[in-house]
Ligand binder design. Structure first.
Ligand code: GRF
Length: 234
């Protein structure tokens, strides 16, 4: 059974595009739904172009409860098993993270726990990396919990900071890595869910959180392979 993924995105959606492209030929999962807090997000246009259902869920001026109720209703209607945050700039309501514990992933453009937390998004991350004069940054995929960028790290990929970099050149180098890393990690987690006896919003609620015991990434001239084994308790 193919795992049904919802992607939440606020921006242009290039990471969403990488996921859409990947799952065209990988049948372990489907990108079934795209949700954005911004009606004009490029991500919603990319979803429409790919013939994927898309929804605008307004966050400004609404209570967490209200946003959670609408989001969970949409996820349920679409039979969503797993969520990928691809440049989603809002805190996901706790009722959603609880329901999707160990089934909700985020990509962050730095090596967490460094350069994460509230306000650390987009250009701000790369400016902070440059100001700190570190030699290596990278991309992190992690599980999402109730706090910004604090969930358990699943995979990281280093990227060098080069002399003469500014936030734009560094951000572009990191983004190229994000586009390769996120799909393989999302696919690996999806495969591990697909292999567990069942997935789905209803079941996820009653399950304990998973433990990614072994996550292996291997690089080859043809790309990155990801494999998760021992993902228990899902
Ligand atoms: C990416 O750098 C991602 O890591 C961060 O937001 C950015 C989104 O870019 N969370 P895009 O919308 O996927 O192009």
């Amino acid at each position: 059974m193919s795992v049904r993924i919802a992607v939440l995105a606020s921006g242009s959606g290039t990471n969403l595009q990488a996921l859409l492209d990947h799952f065209r030929t990988d049948d372990s999962a489907d990108i079934t739904l795209v949700i954005s807090d911004r009606a004009d997000a490029g991500a919603l246009a990319r979803a429409r172009a790919a013939d994927v259902d898309s929804e605008h869920v307004e966050v400004r001026g609404r209570s967490d409860d209200d946003v959670a109720r609408q989001t969970l209703a949409l996820l349920e209607q679409h039979g969503i098993d797993m969520i990928a945050l691809a440049g989603y700039l809002r805190l996901v309501p706790a009722r959603v993270t609880e329901r999707f514990r160990s089934r909700i992933l985020n990509i962050h453009p730095a090596l967490l726990p460094a350069f994460g937390g509230a306000g650390m998004y987009g250009r701000h991350v790369h400016e902070a990396v440059l100001a700190a004069r570190v030699k290596v940054t990278g991309a992190t995929v992690h599980f999402v919990d109730e706090r910004y960028d604090e969930g358990r790290v699943i995979a990281q990929w280093p990227v060098p900071v080069l002399p003469g970099d500014d936030a734009a050149t560094l951000g572009a180098r990191v983004l190229r890595v994000e586009h390769r890393l996120f799909p393989v990690v999302v696919a690996a987690v999806a495969r591990s869910l697909g292999h567990s006896e069942s997935a789905g919003v209803g079941r996820a609620a009653s399950r304990p959180s998973g433990q990614a015991d072994i996550f292996r990434l291997t690089a080859s001239p043809d790309g990155i392979e990801a494999e998760i084994s021992g993902l228990t308790g899902l």
